[in-house]
Design a protein around this ligand. Sequence first.
Ligand code: FMN
Length: 335
Amino acid sequence: MANLTTDWLGLQLKNPLVLAASPVSKDIEFTAAAVEAGAAAVIMHSLFEEQLIHEQMGAHYFIDTRLDLDAEARSLMPESDLFPVDGEHYIYMLKKIKQRVRVPVIASLNGATPGGWTSYAAKLQEAGADALELNLYDVITSKDISSALVEERQIAIIESVVKQLQIPVTVKLSPFYSSLPGFVAKVEKTGAAGIAVFNRFFQPDISPDELNVDRTLHLSSSQELPLRLHALALLSTQTNLSLACTGGIHSGMDAAKAVLAGAHALQVASAVLQRGPQAVRDILHELDLWLDKMNYAHVADARGVLNLHSAPDPHAWERLNYAKMLAGWQLRKVF
Ligand SMILES: Cc1cc2nc3c(=O)[nH]c(=O)nc-3n(C[C@H](O)[C@H](O)[C@H](O)COP(=O)(O)O)c2cc1C
């Protein structure tokens, strides 16, 4: 058996597999079963900026009565029943999970704009969170908002949270930056301890027959992994932050690929939601078999072996290779 122990965000994990933020943490027994199956840490589902703003504004009654009076305000703010006030319930769940499992528990805050809601981070630390993941989920729908403004807002959020906490902070990023390495360098300067790549964006589809937007949330498949592998391979040579891969890890081979690209931690949600805690056991077992087969005594020996500097052909990660690949494409006879 290979040694799977991993340092992630300064936390000593028994292996790199972490339960990603998802509804799993809303069920303490499901969470405990996944930890029993081998998960080395638990990231809780997120507490959203919108929930906390409502809480800080004095809860539903205040918002609803105000919205009744103010038509413009109603168009600007989500309905209060869409975002139930549950900051206190979140802390209750965090404490319950901490009591139930013997692995690090990471709280998650999800927001897009700097503001007082980030002060909740300190409450999560006080409640016993071992680290905090900030999910900077933003959906820009207006041409008046520049990418520079979005990045400034994100850095301001990270700085404000890092400043308040002694526990490590990791930031879950979207894939949509003009210069991902450039943005990650700014994140590193804030004092954050890690990043996770990438947020899986909610992608509404269109139902042509119903002439409507289809809001079904689909789980991932391994096909989503290469986008993450590319980012990890680039970033692992350019940052000292802990790197987590989130998106598309469904098998031990997927896990091995993420490690080879440079990941310290492997966050898994869809596989666990689809196959239950057994998915954790299977992924870890397959990763272990692969490490043995490749003669890696420790998972750290495989980390980054195929990153931008260390791959046998590092240019495989770069733009020129795209041009070569297209030039070499063989047209099959299909007509
Ligand atoms: C049903 C569901 C709920 C999720 N809820 C959250 C959440 O509350 N906060 C968050 O940061 N990510 C959330 N995620 C994203 C996951 O943490 C993870 O990053 C993403 O699903 C990619 O990993 P996967 O391919 O293993 O599913 C959710 C994902 C799913 C499928």
